[in-house]
Design a protein around this ligand. Structure first.
Ligand SMILES: [Zn+2]
Length: 249
């Protein structure tokens, strides 16, 4: 573990770290497959995220620690190769016990990121399902945190961007090609919802990137590689997904 996480680790109780491990090893496949050293870092990053985030729910729904750990693990997973440990703007997560709708709109949602309230809303059954089936390229928490990364990246100054400009441009170029394929019904890796717009495309790609990495790479190698560079990790390398240089790919 690097010195930064070793120092931060000392701030968290052994009991919290153990609880975090026990929850993650039974619920998060990505975590379960990591090396011991990476598991240590993952746990610390999960606890940092929980510590900096406000979790709320409807009064009749009791949101426990286990749920917070599971939800936070999705954020740690997608940012595991990146330097950020927390979100700056989207620090409020609201959990509902079931699908929900907004006033004057009957559409049911399982999750959304609200740009006005800066809240991430998600329904617990959909979150749970996302982790219970780890290989169907559907994970609500990964999807919604994907939106947060894009929104936060766009509002940050050049020097504090989450993604390197060059890598983000390369990803956009590949995404545009694939976007056209979806429009022409020539797509097989991503579900069609990716064709809604580039923001949805990014989140749907993330779900496939983590849950079907081999299949994704085989069928869309250029788009896959652009995501490896963007996120600085390759989920096919289960023990140690972090990519430090291009020669690691
Ligand atoms: Zn979405």
């Amino acid at each position: 573990m690097n010195i930064k996480y070793k120092l931060i680790s000392a701030f968290f109780k052994q009991k919290s770290k153990l609880e975090c491990h026990n929850v993650l090893v039974t619920t998060n496949f990505y975590y379960k497959n990591l090396s011991e050293n990476n598991k240590n870092i993952f746990r610390i990053r999960t606890l940092i995220f929980i510590w900096t985030t406000n979790f709320n729910s409807e009064p009749q729904f009791s949101l426990n620690n286990k749920m917070k750990i599971i939800i936070s693990s999705a954020f740690v997973q997608i940012t595991f190769g990146l330097k950020i440990n927390t979100l700056d703007k989207f620090n409020n997560i609201f959990i509902t016990p079931r699908s929900y709708s907004y006033k004057n709109n009957k559409t049911l949602f399982d999750g959304d990121v609200n740009l006005y309230t800066k809240k991430i809303n998600m329904s617990w059954p959909a979150i749970e399902k996302g982790f219970k089936i780890p290989d169907d390229a559907m994970n609500l928490s990964i999807h919604e945190f994907g939106h947060c990364l894009i929104f936060e990246n766009s509002t940050r100054s050049y020097l504090s961007k989450i993604f390197k400009e060059k890598n983000f441009d390369q990803w956009k170029k590949q995404a545009e090609y694939k976007f056209q394929k979806i429009k022409l019904n020539k797509n097989k890796v991503l579900r069609d919802y990716a064709g809604t717009n580039l923001i949805e495309f990014f989140s749907v790609s993330l779900e496939a990137f983590f849950e079907k990495p081999e299949y994704f790479e085989k069928n869309e190698p250029k788009l896959y590689l652009s995501m490896v560079k963007l996120l600085k990790q390759d989920p096919r390398k289960k023990l140690n997904p972090i990519i430090k240089s291009i020669s690691d790919i």
